[in-house]
Structure formats: C-alpha cells, structure tokens
Design a binder for this molecule. Structure first.
Ligand code: PLP
Length: 441
C-alpha cells in the first residue's frame, strides 16, 4: 500500500488511526447484515457444516481407539462450556460492565491438540484421509477402525502432509497426521515456541524452522508441498475444509447452552468473543454460530494491538491485500497463536456480512487476564486465548458497546457473553510458570 492510500484510509477512520498508533480499538462492522440474508449470499451453506459433522461421526470409532482420551465423548472431540461467575465478578470489580452471565468455552481443553486447532486441523486431516482411503478401495464396509490396520498404514506412509504454522495448527495437524501414519512436515514461523517443536519431533514429525514470520512459513510450506505429488498441503489461509471443521462447534454449543438454561433469542442474545489470527478458526466458528443462532449471535474477533490483521483487512475492505506493517505496526506479539500479519482473504469475505466487530488489546492485558482467571476460577489458558476477555472487560463500558446495544435494541443484562478460550492444555508447567511471572508495561 502506498503512503497516499494509507493517508486517505486513516483520514476516513478514527478506528484505523487508533489501530495504526498501536492503541486498543473497538471496530463495529458497518456491513453487518441480518443473518438470514447474509448467509444466503455466501458460497458455503448449512449443508456443508452438517456434512462435516457427519464425517466426524464416521471417524468417531477410529478416534476412540486411536486416542482413548476421546472415548468419554464417544470419539468426538468437544470441549466443556463452563460458567465463570468468579471471573465475571473480578472483571466487574475492576470496572467492567457485566450484568449478564459469562461463560468460558474451553477449547483450551480439546483432546489431542489442546487448542481450537483440534477442530479445523484434525477435521482436515480426517477429510483428506477419508478421500485417500476411498480412492484406494478402503472403507467400503464403513468400518473406519480398519484405518488402524497395517494395509492402511502402509498406504499413508507413502503420503506426506505439510502445513505452515505459528505453532498450534502445526501441533494439531502434526499429531493427527503422525498418529494416522503419514509422513509429516511442519513449517514453523519464528513465533513458534520451542516446546511445540519438541513435542512434534517426539511424534516423529519433521519440523522446519524459519526466522521469518507466519506468511513466509506458509508460502515455503506450500511450495515444498506443491513440488511433491505425494504431498498434501493444509492451507491455513484459504482452506474451506478447515473452516467447516471449526463451524461444527456451533450446534454442539447450542446443546451445552440449553443444559445451562440459556436459550438465546433476538432479545436475549449471545456475544461471543473469538481470538483471531489468520481468521480461519474464529471465522469458521462465527459462520457456524450464525447458522445455529441467527441474529441471536453477535460474533466479535479479538486481536493484539500490534497484529490486528483481520481488523486491518475488514475495516479497509482490502482483506489480504493489506498487512499490519502497511500501517507501521510491528506484527510482533506475545500472543503466538495470533501472530499473523496478513489476514485470510477467504475468511474476510465470508465475515463481511456476519461479523459484528473486532476489539484489540495490548499484550500486557493477556497476562493480567490469564492470572485473573487462574486466581478466580483455577483455570489455566494460554495468553493468546486470553484475548477473548477484552470483550467482556471493555465492550459494554465503551461508547462503541453502548451504541451497538442501542442500534440493536438490546439490554446489557440480557446478554450472555462467551469468551472462547482457544488454547492452553498442552502448555508445559515450566512455561506456565514463565507466563505467570510475565508483567509487561
Ligand atoms: C490459531 C489460534 C487462534 C486463531 O485462529 P486463526 O485461525 O489463526 O485465526 C486463536 N488462539 C489460539 C490459541 C490459536 O492457536
């Protein structure tokens, strides 16, 4: 982007000005449309989400055997929904306006990968595996546990799976692919933590390390995979399969909310706060939520002040034609799962009529929220995941939040808020200790 276009964009938007100064911002999407109208205009449908759910059910008997920790949920990878009243009270005690109920969706505790990537990442590996098996005359009798057998494993050994990642996607794709029997290469950006690389190597995964940022790791990974006819590339920036794997979360959440006595409607809606990197995970989940709840779901993304790539893409309408460096930001953040400098154009397009808005926060706040949750609810989630608390903490007390409620005719006390905790369970104890003692100002 040239200097003149940047100046024009900044002059037209106080949110972009704040963003470019590295200040916390709240952006409300002026292109949000009524859910029904928005969803009917998009290239993916409810039938696509149902197809993904059905595929995951077909794989459940396999997962139950291969990963016994999934057995208690019948081979489905799903996370608890937990009300966090003590965290709510603590946030309110610090000045947050939070009259309604507050829940934590604990994707931090998803089986196998310990992060939201256990949804999309694992789903895409299973999707590819089903296609490969069917093309090779397997699974004809519908018995997916046959994939544990030596014939199947011999087939998968001849195939490679590759992915570019800041860490958690690499973990999810790497562990699942290695478990099935593939050769796996994970291309890790500079932000990726050492323990994630170590864990993958223990699974026999080849980890290629880059000194460069996320987009570069993805580009290099894509090139390496394209050069090998036996290799499949999981494309975090463009994959519809990943996106649909995430979307499955919503119908399951509906059941969990009902068990807690929450049945959202237009006057008693959900506000869902989703930490956002390249956009696939929060975008897929938001897409599912709009299908499951319609206008009773208000979906917001949360991003670091130095890496607000989705905000930059959506507020300018330029999507993947813009990156955070275009606005003079560093793209660097302690939130390794969100350390993405250029958003997915595919997700940006899907979100244009569906997303309610985006909130950004400083890295220092990630650690404060992390400690607050640990101290009030005795739950650990990783710093990236703590971005979700920026919404419950700041939105309703801000002018942007008050205006949003009034435009939509909503009462704050009727809002049920969900902080989507996107990762944490696999973080080793010594790293948790390091986080615990990290104070930034
Ligand atoms: C990957 C990730 C996200 C965001 O997902 P994207 O698909 O990159 O937007 C959020 N939180 C954590 C912990 C993650 O690993």
């Amino acid at each position: 982007m040239d200097a003149q276009s940047k100046q024009t964009l900044l002059r037209g938007s106080s949110v972009l000005q704040k963003m470019a100064e590295g200040e916390p911002a709240i952006w409300i999407n002026p292109k949000l449309r009524p859910a029904e109208e928005a969803l009917s205009s998009l290239p993916l449908t409810k039938a696509d989400i149902d197809d993904a759910e059905q595929r995951l059910r077909r794989f459940a008997p396999y997962l139950k055997k291969r990963f016994p920790e999934t057995a208690e949920r019948g081979g489905l990878i799903e996370s608890p929904l937990r009300e966090i009243p003590a965290m709510r009270a603590a946030l309110a005690g610090r000045g947050a306006e939070l009259p309604g109920r507050l829940f934590l969706k604990q994707d931090s505790h998803l089986a196998i990968a310990g992060s939201v990537k256990a949804r999309g990442g694992i789903y895409e590996v299973l999707h590819h595996t089903e296609q490969l098996a069917l093309a090779n005359g397997m699974l004809q009798d519908g018995d997916y546990t046959a994939l544990l057998g030596e014939d199947a494993r011999a087939l998968f050994r001849r195939h490679t799976i590759q992915v570019g990642s800041t860490g958690n996607l690499g973990l999810s794709i790497g562990i699942m692919s290695a478990a099935i029997g593939y050769r796996v290469i994970v291309h890790m950006s500079a932000d990726a933590r050492q323990w994630k690389k170590d864990l993958l190597r223990k699974w026999g995964v080849q980890v290629v390390e880059y000194a460069a940022e996320y987009s570069e790791a993805v580009t290099k990974g894509r090139e390496a995979s394209d050069a090998d006819p036996m290799s499949y590339f999981v494309d975090d920036e463009n994959s519809k399969t990943l996106f649909l794997g995430y979307a499955v979360a919503a119908e399951r959440l509906k059941k969990q909310l009902a068990e807690q006595g929450v049945v959202p409607d237009a006057a008693h809606p959900l506000a869902v706060w989703l930490p956002c990197g390249v956009g696939g995970a929060p975008g897929g989940i938001a897409f599912g939520l709009k299908h499951a709840f319609g206008d009773a779901a208000h979906c917001f993304f949360a991003e670091p002040t130095q890496a607000p790539c989705m905000l930059a893409g959506m507020a300018t309408g330029l999507h993947n034609d813009v990156c955070v460096q275009d606005f003079g930001l560093t793209g660097k953040t302690h939130a390794d799962g969100l350390a993405v400098q250029r958003p997915s154009g595919f997700v940006g397009g899907m979100m244009e009529p569906l997303l309610s808005g985006d909130i950004t926060l400083r890295d220092a706040d990630l650690y404060d929220y992390m400690r607050l949750l640990r101290n009030t609810e005795n739950i650990f989630i990783e710093p990236s995941a703590c971005a979700a608390f920026a919404g419950p903490d700041r939105f309703l007390a801000a002018q942007e939040g008050r205006d949003y409620l009034s435009v939509h005719g909503l009462k704050a006390e009727n809002l049920t808020q969900i902080a989507w905790a996107t990762g944490g369970a696999l973080v080793p104890e010594e790293i948790r200790q390091e986080y615990e003692h990290t104070y930034l100002r």
